[in-house]
Design a protein around this ligand. Structure first.
Ligand code: B3K
Ligand code: ZN
Length: 877
């Protein structure tokens, strides 16, 4: 295993100007002819050409049409006797590979009889020998040849320039990509597919053909993806003046995919999960995810493809920025301020429950990492979601218009180049010379280099005689692996002050930019002791500490003009109670009348949106609660949170019944923000009513829920009803689960939900693990399909702490077996699962000891992949 370091970056010794690829596609043995035009990089000392390759069979190498000597060093092909002049030369390499044996789903592979490729980050080397690095950008011409019956559709990047029949029932298609690109953006697809098509005319008058390719039979589930694509194109033109630069833009769905989707130039490949939707099979959350992933991949066309990364340490250059763009896109489409806030809350919830723990654990790394063993391990919530927050702060520090100007300068300077995170921040700052970002740029960039979640502690002092309020903000950042000491960050803190009656103090709202370890903010003319509303809209990815009283939180919850902080006040009220109960050792009745009344007031509020109410009335997750503790007893966290849920269900049962009756619609289904918010709240109400029925012995609500499950006109309502029965452990759940399976046995994505629901069920006396083990034997289960593996195994190990952390260690044993089993098939998926025990050092005994043993058991396996090896050795370090 080799550690790759950012500081070792060196420009390539050769450039590849153009590539002509010819594929003879055959699942058992695909032949690849690769003709390249290369040139020595005159800025680098003359040296051998070393091409990357992996699991390839090499048949022939020709330089300028002549045979040549070559050798192999590890996986690399080394050519020493190349022309020494810097003139261009031709290099022809002929190899074969075996797509049907490719279970890693990197490079060229077969999914349900169709060929797909996945090249990012380093998959192109599994297709042919190449300089597999993003700063080598070439023009591509691709010819695909295959059996015409089995593979009627032949796709690659760019434009189709030629097609025709060949002997022996074969045919061919030739594609030319008009844009230079790094090889990680190469793609091909060949198989039996059908497309939804749409012709559009852009603002600048250019016409485009949009296509969404799926398997025959899935065409009726592509309308939402197509609409999302059209909305993405229109949004990027309107907000950033970035047009589509291709005649044809294609999306192809596959059910075997390691992640969500891939932004290959003009030929995006998607996990079916983020393409296919019908009201019968997809939930509102699925619809929203499709919109944001389609947007994300489309936005990469500029942020990632036109301007790409110099090296993989710069991954957040494209990922953080593109997540920021997709988040803004979804917010702009959501419409009103309150719907925007709902999206913001959901994004922050992901950041805090997934990225904060990563930043505090053994895999902590800066947004721009300094080293890695396996780059696939660094497609993380830090690079993506924290990276997005770092871009968002740049917008905050330059204004929305200023940031748009910065983007324009970034493209003016770097279009067609492979650049760094420094180049990006420099462009944003240079376009805004009088901004706080420009003033503090070197210090701001610590967000790229320092890992760990900064903490901002706030203290207020009110001087009644002087009518002065002084706020003291102190920042610090805990050490992370390899970074013991941290320097102060630049932290924009949006804030305002409220009087105790909820009125905002005029003129108090502002954004304070912290750059020192301690900052004082003074407010004059404050008539009475105020309540500070801090970090509005979550203006920086930090932990904010302020010792709020209940009274202050209740004021904020009821009155803050910032909807994010209203929600946050509710979460803090719940968290205080959870932590106090966990510390007390008791479990009964964690919630008091003050909290319950406040929640009732939110639920019954005449003006608040249903979507917002649902977020406020959802308790902080077990993972988030656990992050607040020094030492975590997951069973105790689970028990206390369940007690809180039970109490909220029981004490508010009449309000929940009211909320259900008010919000469950029967009209036509539309996946917009307002109606999905209503369904979400009705779903939470049903879950609560079924939970309350456990205590009261009520049979009416579970009966209604079962009826709802049977009659629902859409998947959101149907699934919510099913989940309410399963999560409350009701006797009707068994039958409902069976019916659900029978109804959807031919819908793979719905079966994933069926597995996930059972693996994620609230644990009662250790019943989930045996159920999971039983489900592994179900005829519909397979480890080979990543979606299916995730739906069962990850839902249990990574998303169900109360069931996974067992005193008998059986959850950890199960985890270690699955990590090893998956590693032999697909190391990327295995390494993700390996992350489930990242936070083992925080666990109380006996969990801590048992978790360590399980990790050590995995680490003891001699032939682990680099992927899993890196994760487990960092965990044990
Ligand atoms: N860029 C791809 C991720 C590739 C992951 C490789 N292990 C999807 C995305 O972020 O849009
Ligand atoms: Zn991306």
């Amino acid at each position: 295993t080799t550690v790759i370091r950012r500081e070792d970056y060196a420009a390539p010794a050769y450039w590849i100007d153009s590539v002509e690829l010819t594929f003879d596609l055959d699942p058992a043995k695909t032949r690849v002819l690769n003709k390249m035009r290369l040139r020595r990089n005159p800025e680098v000392a003359a040296q051998a050409l070393k091409l990357d390759g992996e699991e390839l069979n090499l048949a022939r190498v020709l330089v300028n049409g002549q045979g040549t000597s070559f050798k192999t060093e590890g996986d690399q092909l080394v050519l020493e006797n190349l022309p020494t002049v810097t003139d261009a030369f031709d290099l022809e390499i002929f190899t074969t590979c075996a797509p049907e044996k490719n279970s890693k789903l990197m490079g060229l592979y077969v999914s349900q009889g169709t060929f797909f490729t996945q090249c990012e980050a380093e998959g192109f080397r599994r297709i042919t020998y190449f300089l597999d690095r993003p700063d080598v950008m070439a023009s591509y011409t691709v010819t695909l040849r295959a059996d015409k019956k089995k593979y009627p559709v032949l796709l690659s990047n760019g434009n189709l320039v030629e097609q025709g029949d060949l002997d022996g029932g074969r045919h061919y298609a030739k594609w030319v990509d008009p844009h230079k690109k790094p090889c990680y953006l190469f793609a091909l697809v060949a198989g039996q597919l059908v497309a939804r098509e749409q012709r559009i005319k852009a603002r600048n008058g250019r016409e485009h053909l949009l296509q969404v390719y799926v398997r025959p039979g899935d065409l009726d589930k592509t309308e939402h993806a197509m609409n999302s694509l059209m909305a993405s194109i229109a949004w990027d033109e309107a907000r950033f003046k970035l047009p589509l630069d291709l005649d044809r833009f294609m999306i192809v769905a596959t059910s075997d995919f390691n992640m969500g989707a891939m932004e290959n130039k003009g030929l995006n490949v998607f996990n079916t999960k983020f393409v296919l939707a019908s009201q019968a099979t997809a939930t509102d959350v699925d619809y929203a995810n499709i919109e944001s992933v389609v947007g994300h991949e489309y936005f990469h066309n500029w942020t990632g493809n036109r301007v790409t990364c110099r090296d993989w340490f710069q991954l957040s250059l494209k990922e953080g920025l593109t997540v920021f763009r997709d988040q803004e896109f979804s917010m702009d489409l959501a419409g009103e301020a309150s719907a925007r806030a709902v999206k913001r809350i959901e994004d922050v919830r992901v950041l805090r429950t997934a990225q904060f723990p990563e930043d505090a654990g053994p895999m902590a790394h800066p947004v721009r990492p300094d080293s890695y063993i396996e780059i696939n391990n660094f497609y993380t919530v830090t690079v993506y979601e924290k990276g997005s927050e770092v871009v968002r702060m740049q917008q905050t520090l330059t204004s929305r218009e200023g940031f748009a100007k910065g983007m324009a300068l970034y493209f003016q300077r770097h279009d067609g180049q492979a650049v760094t995170c420094d180049d990006f921040a420099q462009a944003i700052a240079d376009a805004n010379p009088s901004s706080e970002l420009a003033r503090l740029l070197p210090q701001f960039k610590r967000w790229y280099s320092q890992a760990g979640t900064p903490q901002v502690a706030a203290r207020g002092h009110y001087d009644a005689a002087a009518q002065r309020y002084t706020l003291t903000l102190t920042q610090s950042c805990p050490p992370t692996p390899g970074q013991a000491e941290k320097l102060p960050f630049v932290i924009p803190v949006a804030l305002g002050l409220l009087y105790a009656d909820g009125l905002e103090i005029p003129g108090s709202a502002r954004t304070v930019v912290l750059s020192d370890a301690q900052t004082e903010v003074v407010f004059e003319g404050v008539a009475s002791e105020p309540v500070p509303s801090l970090l509005r809209g979550f203006s920086a990815p930090v932990v904010l500490r302020y010792d709020y009283s209940d009274a202050e939180l209740l004021t904020l919850l009821a009155h803050d003009s910032d909807p994010f902080n209203r929600w946050e006040a509710g979460q803090r009220l719940a968290l205080k109670r959870a932590l106090a109960t966990i510390a007390s050792g008791a479990t009964e009745q964690p919630l008091d009348a003050a909290y319950l009344d406040a929640m009732r007031a939110v639920l019954r509020h005449p003006q608040l949106d249903a979507a917002f109410k649902e977020l406020v009335l959802t308790l902080p997750s077990e993972t988030y609660i656990a992050e607040q503790l020094e030492v975590v007893d997951p069973q105790r966290v689970h028990a206390v949170r369940e007690a809180m849920r039970g109490q909220l269900a029981l004490e508010l049962r009449e309000d929940w019944a009211w909320a259900y009756e008010q919000h469950h619609d029967t009209g036509a289904y539309r996946p917009d923000a307002v109606s999905s918010g209503r369904r979400a709240l009705a779903g939470l109400a049903l879950a609560m009513l079924c939970l309350a029925a456990r205590e009261t012995g009520d049979v009416v609500w579970p009966g209604k829920t079962y009826q709802r499950f049977k009659d629902a006109g859409n998947m959101t309502d149907r699934f919510n009803a099913l989940a309410a029965l399963v999560q409350s452990g009701h006797a009707l759940a068994r039958d409902a689960l069976q019916r659900f399976h029978a109804l959807f046995k031919n819908e793979a994505l719905v079966l994933d939900k069926w597995f996930a629901l059972q693996a994620g069920a609230s644990d009662r006396g250790g019943d989930v693990l045996p159920a999971v083990k039983q489900l592994m034997k179900h005829p519909d289960f397979t480890l080979k399909n990543p979606n299916r593996a995730r739906s069962l195994i990850f839902s249990y190990c990574s998303a169900n702490p109360g069931a996974f952390h067992r005193a008998d260690a059986a959850g950890y044993v199960y985890w270690s077996e699955r990590v090893l089993e998956l590693d032999a098939l697909n190391p990327q998926v295995a390494a993700r699962l390996a992350r489930a025990l990242d936070r083992w050092k925080k666990l109380a005994e006996p969990y801590r000891h048992a978790a360590r043993e399980a990790i050590a058991r995995v680490a003891a396996k001699p032939d682990l992949s680099n992927d899993v090896r890196e994760v487990v050795s960092r965990a044990l370090a």
